[in-house]
Design a protein around this ligand. Structure first.
Ligand SMILES: Nc1ncnc2c1ncn2[C@@H]1O[C@H](COP(=O)(O)OP(=O)(O)OP(=O)(O)O)[C@@H](O)[C@H]1O
Length: 250
């Protein structure tokens, strides 16, 4: 479903991502993990067509995402980092208008908006302004919007950030069903527990490079994912120094 080759991005002197190669097969559920600043958002943004690579290619179902962005976007759903959405709309209006923008007819957009509201458990809030939603509800409506055109690939940047465990379970249930039906999910998360529960494949990015990728078991290499992640990321750092903090100001 996704073939990334030689993807590179620099911001001034900062190399955010260097020569990234990654293949994601159809129907897989892949989690990207990495320390803060590792390059996860940069990679996902370039896959989603939101950030132009310096070099490298992104093929989505064989379509070059940067040569044929319209075609690629038709089969891609995105929940970006630092989510900005049309929050002066109600949830219903947002889903419906996203459906129309994605080329659905009115009836289909209406039906799918209703279905998504039920699937994500936001029916009660659907007539309220998205601006008044909590952080978790906003993530849910964003994910629902990303799915309304039934894309083949979902690119989700920390979709569970600020989402409570019950709501996260609802969201993962929808995503797992989607993947079982042949949809492909690529998401980033800092929750190792969630990735171990729902993903079948994982990628560890550190300092702009992939240090491990493959099935969850291959990446874990016999360790819990968190321990393997810490090992690859250079180990835990001892919190030493700052004795002034323990002297207390009073
Ligand atoms: N627009 C930008 N301008 C300058 N530097 C940037 C920009 N976007 C990202 N970077 C830098 O690129 C590197 C990778 O950032 P990125 O946001 O991809 O990391 P991340 O893995 O998503 O981190 P986090 O887990 O904290 O969200 C960092 O060093 C970051 O400071």
């Amino acid at each position: 479903m996704l073939e990334i080759t030689g993807l590179t991005k620099r911001f001034g002197h900062t190399v955010a991502l260097e020569d990234l190669d990654l293949t994601v097969r159809v129907g897989s559920f892949t989690g990207i993990v990495g320390p803060n600043g590792a390059g996860k958002t940069t990679a996902l943004s370039m896959v989603a067509g939101l950030l132009r690579p310096d070099s490298g290619t992104v093929l989505i179902n064989g379509i070059d995402a940067w040569k044929h962005p319209r075609k690629a976007k038709r089969i891609t759903g995105v929940v970006p980092d630092r989510l900005r959405t049309f929050d002066r709309l109600t949830g219903e209006q947002l889903l419906y208008s996203t459906g129309l923008l994605r080329g659905l007819d009115r009836k289909t957009a209406r039906t799918r908006a209703d279905d998504l509201a039920v699937a994500f458990g936001i029916e009660d809030a659907i007539d309220r302004l998205v601006a008044d939603y909590s952080a978790g509800m906003t993530k849910k409506i964003a994910l629902a919007s990303a799915m309304i055109h039934a894309p083949r690939l979902l690119v989700l940047d920390e979709p569970f950030e600020g989402v409570d465990p019950v709501s996260a379970a609802t969201m993962t249930q929808v995503l797992v069903r989607y993947a079982k039906a042949g949809g492909t999910v690529l998401l980033s998360s800092h929750s190792m527990d969630l990735i171990e529960r729902v993903c079948d494949s994982a990628v560890v990015i550190v300092a702009g490079r992939i240090l491990a990728s493959g099935t969850l078991d291959e990446v874990r290499d016999g360790l819990p994912l968190e321990d393997r992640f810490v090992e690859l990321a250079g180990g835990r750092q001892a919190a030493e120094g700052m004795e002034w903090l323990h002297s207390f100001s009073d």
